[in-house]
Design a protein. Structure first.
Lengths: 37, 430
């Protein structure tokens, strides 16, 4: 059965995922949060 | 596999080089040079907005210099971006903030402001900003912005000059009821890096600052943050500081900075330029940053097992350092890190979901990105991208509906939808 696929950290082809998934650029801020803080 | 996006996901626009402060730690290279500062013209702003919009850039941070010094231009830029559904963050020292200015920004959809407070002690703050009376003006601006309903994030730039005031400054921010308090190390500004480096905090002070931040969080109940990428070996306990460790060096990978002259740089700290957006457009200049996507400037860390997740500290700091690496990088032996387990919120199969306002599906060579100006993002493969496009057309959907139509695996689909929900890309339909 097929699956919906998201590139994520730890996957072989996830090289971009850790950059993209969350707001994290220096000197930027928003109330969005991918992680529990 | 893929390191090149068609355009950045977050662009910082330096709308002006002018600032009413002259902070001794300022990372703007142009603030340490002896030349006349400039402000973007309205037609240049139009050009930038067109570029950002046509290339589907979801988020912009308006910065400077100090945006409020070029108030008309900053308001115009914000308004034009918001008309095109582009998310806007505003960075300001709030020195010249007033009720009238606040109302103008509120009217065009700005809801939060990130600002800077050097210390709880006025004289120390004013000495660092080299602007007598700036503490009183900035703190009045913070209180007024809060009163007007803005979400205010206060960041303290840490140097040896103010490190011992961290707890008291965090207490002051807590007594005001700020939403978030940050304490971020100063990096050495490029033009004066060697002279400035003795003023940067040590690695043990950096670790102490994180510890104090979390104690302040406990005491005041506000959120805490650092506004720059800290190397994982400086943070050490990634499981505990997962939220702070989320910041990577995204310069030239997902982020870039447009200077007042239209020059594209990988980030606000860097003096390196990759072409002029006014003359060559954003796509061409963005494509020139291959060296940043290849992490050419953090190679000293490339042997570390956490390199891909950490990204190896600040590359500009590394370029400015005689050691060739971020001075807070040490070694990986004390890093504590456990990979995320399979994620699921246990959502009901029949809950009706809808896409959050402003969510866009941006096509990329590997598939696409689902992102908005106020949410997280996910990267998906081509097949998933096509399914998401269909769901976006449908306006609303349920997990059971997806399973029926697309014949997908139940458990993994629930996990996938849970992640979209957590990143605020979809919401329950009310």
């Amino acid at each position: 059965m097929e699956e919906l696929s998201m590139y994520e950290d730890g996957m072989d082809d996830s090289e971009m995922a850790s950059f993209v998934e969350c707001d994290h650029d220096c000197h930027t801020e928003s109330d969005h949060n991918c992680y529990d803080d | 596999m893929f390191r090149t996006l068609k355009s950045p996901l977050n662009v910082q626009v330096e709308v002006t080089e002018e600032c009413d402060n002259c902070c001794r730690h300022c990372y703007n290279f142009f603030r340490h040079n002896d030349y006349k500062c400039k402000t973007m013209s309205f037609s240049e702003i139009d050009q930038i907005v067109d570029e950002l919009s046509s290339l589907q850039v979801p988020k912009v941070t308006i910065t400077g210099g100090e945006p409020l010094v070029a108030l008309k231009e900053s308001l115009y830029l914000t308004e034009e971006l918001r008309k095109r559904q582009i998310g806007v963050n505003l960075n300001s020292n709030l020195v010249s903030f007033s009720k009238e200015i606040g109302l103008s920004f509120k009217k065009i959809g700005v809801t939060s402001i990130m600002t800077s407070l050097i210390a709880d002690v006025p004289s120390l703050h004013d000495w660092v900003t080299q602007n007598h009376g700036s503490w009183l003006k900035s703190t009045s601006g913070i209180r007024l912005a809060q009163k007007m309903g803005f979400r205010v994030i206060v960041n303290m730039v840490l140097t040896k000059w103010n490190f011992n005031r961290l707890r008291q400054t965090g207490d002051l921010a807590g007594s005001w009821g700020v939403d978030k308090f940050g304490a971020t190390r100063a990096c050495s500004p490029s033009p004066i890096a060697l002279d400035f480096s003795p003023n940067t905090i040590s690695t043990s002070d950096l670790r102490e600052s994180i510890k104090i931040l979390y104690e302040l969080k406990e005491k005041w109940g506000y959120k805490v943050d650092v506004l720059e990428h800290y190397p994982w070996c400086a943070l050490q306990d990634i499981d505990k500081y997962r939220y702070l460790a989320r910041r990577k060096c995204s310069a030239g990978v997902t982020g870039a900075t447009i200077g007042v002259n239209g020059q594209l740089r990988p980030c606000g700290h860097s003096t390196m330029t990759y072409g002029n957006v006014f003359e060559e457009g954003l796509q061409k200049t963005w494509s020139n940053m291959e060296d940043w996507r290849n992490q050419e400037y953090s190679k000293e860390c490339s042997g570390c097992e956490y390199y891909k997740l950490c990204t190896g500290g600040c590359p500009v700091e590394a370029q400015n350092s005689p050691m060739g690496r971020d001075h807070h990088c040490s070694n990986s032996k004390n890093i504590i890190f456990t990979s995320d387990e399979k994620f699921s919120l246990g959502l009901s199969l029949d809950t009706v979901f809808q896409f959050s306002p402003g969510v866009m599906l941006r096509k990329e060579t590997f598939g696409g990105i689902m992102v908005s100006g106020t949410s997280g993002a996910v990267l998906v493969d081509k097949k998933t991208f096509d399914i998401l496009c269909i769901l976006l057309e449908q306006k609303s959907f349920t997990i059971s509906g997806i399973l029926d139509i697309f014949k997908l695996d139940s458990e993994s689909t629930e996990g996938f939808i849970s992640k979209l929900f957590k990143r605020k890309l979809i919401t329950e339909r009310g």
